[in-house]
Write a protein that binds this ligand. Structure first.
Ligand code: AHG
Ligand code: MN
Ligand code: MN
Length: 340
């Protein structure tokens, strides 16, 4: 009989990989896992529990806040703050970072960046949404006030990153820089079990994921790559397959398992695209690279970008390494043509 390993057991078994963390990181995962179960419960009764719809105000980025955005933000914040595990958090749903001043947080060295509900426009229509998180060590000394620079760290500094996908089942996928592992939630027991050990993205794939409705606004290199995807592939005698859910987590997760590329480029009037560097692109990029994939803004690794603002955006090309490289070649060719 195969032995089932729970997320808690797995984290403890791997604790030696980050000895300097003295178990703190394991507890941060414990808090995130607990909050994700609460959010899972709310999402699963979304149709009957008056939790769908918007709250009537906009977040700092001018987007309609859904009730679940606010609920999930508060849930993750409470789980992380009340245990004194981390000293601060920044979220898509809050304009500035939040510093935790609870007595218990004294000496704590970690900060969290989070997109509490990713793909929130999909909640009301019962389509998969997610949570994305990223954990860093603070740069300023413990027990001094946090600074913005503690949050504006490059993705290469991530200690851990992960996402939860609330899909046909709920899964938690994370990395601490030693590969990527996925856990499936058993709601009857309230436990995550290891279901996807050492996840690897296929080197190449046949799925492209992009909001093609914006095609007219895309840079030429992206347009040409999309046209290339739509040509007959000599090997299969078929064009590539287009799949786009509109939740980054769900689109990325599918491509991670099946092989593919996720594209959110710059578009007319939006040179930095839509997705946020700190709590969407960096954690996804860390996971992608740890699974053997590639993540870039078209020319540079996402994790090498120096953030200058909390809610900064960046174009994102992520997934199977050969597909992302191929996409980059189309963009390079466009650059070369422009400067010729
Ligand atoms: P969020 O719900 O956290 O604001 O993120 C939505 C993001 C991302 O999940 C998705 O990939 C993208 O927005 C979809 O945008 P379009 O509707 O422009 O395709
Ligand atoms: Mn998002
Ligand atoms: Mn969100």
């Amino acid at each position: 009989m195969t032995q089932l390993i729970t997320l808690g057991e797995f984290i403890i078994a791997r604790q030696h990989e980050y000895p300097e963390a003295k178990g703190e990181l394991s507890q941060v995962f414990g808090a995130i896992s607990l909050a994700s179960k609460v959010v899972h419960r709310e999402i699963n009764k979304a149709g009957i529990a008056n939790i769908t719809g918007d709250v009537g105000n906009e977040n700092v980025q001018g987007e309609q806040q859904q009730k679940l955005d606010v609920y999930a933000n508060e849930t993750f914040k409470a789980a992380l703050a009340n245990r004194g595990l981390i000293c601060g958090m920044a979220s898509e749903e809050e304009e500035s970072y939040v510093e935790f001043t609870h007595e218990l947080t004294k000496g704590s060295r970690y900060i969290v960046l989070i997109d509490p509900v990713d793909g929130s426009s999909n909640i009301d229509v019962n389509v998969a949404v997610g949570t994305i998180f990223s954990i860093y060590r603070r740069k300023s000394p413990p027990d001094t006030p946090l600074t913005l620079d503690d949050f504006l760290q490059k993705g290469t500094e991530q200690v851990a990153a992960g996402y939860v996908i609330y899909g046909s089942s709920t899964m938690l996928v994370y990395t601490t820089g030693n590969g990527v592992n996925g856990f499936t939630f058993d709601p009857s027991l309230g436990v995550y079990y290891l279901s996807h050990a050492d996840m690897q993205v296929p080197e190449n794939g046949r799925i492209y994921s992009v909001n093609e409705g914006n095609y007219i606004h895309f840079p030429k290199g992206v347009k040409r790559y999309i046209k290339y995807c739509q040509e007959i592939d000599p090997e299969t005698q078929r064009p590539f397959t287009s799949r786009y859910i509109g939740s980054l987590v769900a689109d990325f997760h599918r491509n991670l398992l099946k092989g593919g590329i996720f594209i959110y480029p710059s578009y007319a009037g939006h040179p930095e695209g839509k997705l946020r560097l700190l709590y969407e692109c960096n954690p996804i990029a860390f996971i992608a690279e740890q699974a053997g994939g590639r993540a870039s803004n078209g020319s540079k690794r996402i994790v090498d970008l120096q953030p200058t603002e909390l809610h900064q955006r960046t174009p994102l090309f992520v997934g199977s390494p050969l597909m992302v490289k191929h996409m980059e070649r189309f963009l390079e060719a466009e650059e070369a043509a422009l400067s010729a």
